[in-house]
Design a protein around this ligand. Sequence first.
Ligand code: ZN
Length: 198
Amino acid sequence: MSLRKISPKRPVREYEHIEPTVRVESAAQPTMTSTEIKQEFIRQAKEVWRGSDKLIDQITVDVVIYDRRTRMGVVMSGRPKAINDILLRVPSHVRIEVDRKTLSMPKETIVGCIKHETIHLGYPRHDEDFRRVAAQHNIPISVNQMEGKGFRVQTKLGSRKYETVSTHETLDEAKAAGHKLAEELRKDGRPWRLRIYY
Ligand SMILES: [Zn+2]
């Protein structure tokens, strides 16, 4: 999951948030429509950011359905700002990008994704603040986490593919395991890469 600034030179800054790439095998009927997703986003945003209804009502929200391997993301105009759990500034426009296959996932999963995206209204990155708000509201940091796949410590040795070494329930646990493993790999001397995947 990463957050990318689309163009630093534009007068309005935009951020794109991309969820992990996961394939969904489904051609079923959509569980939620674009309009429902938009309404749910506004409703959930007001749940997460209590007392910020007026600010949230100023946001123009639209939903774009695309065919990609990323499930859901938000592109925001302007840089949002929050302190603790209070929104100070919101983007004037939020575009929710939804992969077509996501629409056929169970409603609970889609709503989980929507809740996650609402935190980005205040915290564009998955930093400590983001994770604190997520934990408070029991909101998953990723779809994988929602599906119980946890946080995976993965290593890539030489030219081989990334392989999962261990799976953890929290990001902090995964990080701790990752650091420990990195120490061992350093001693080993062979080329390696390590990542935490979620
Ligand atoms: Zn995110």
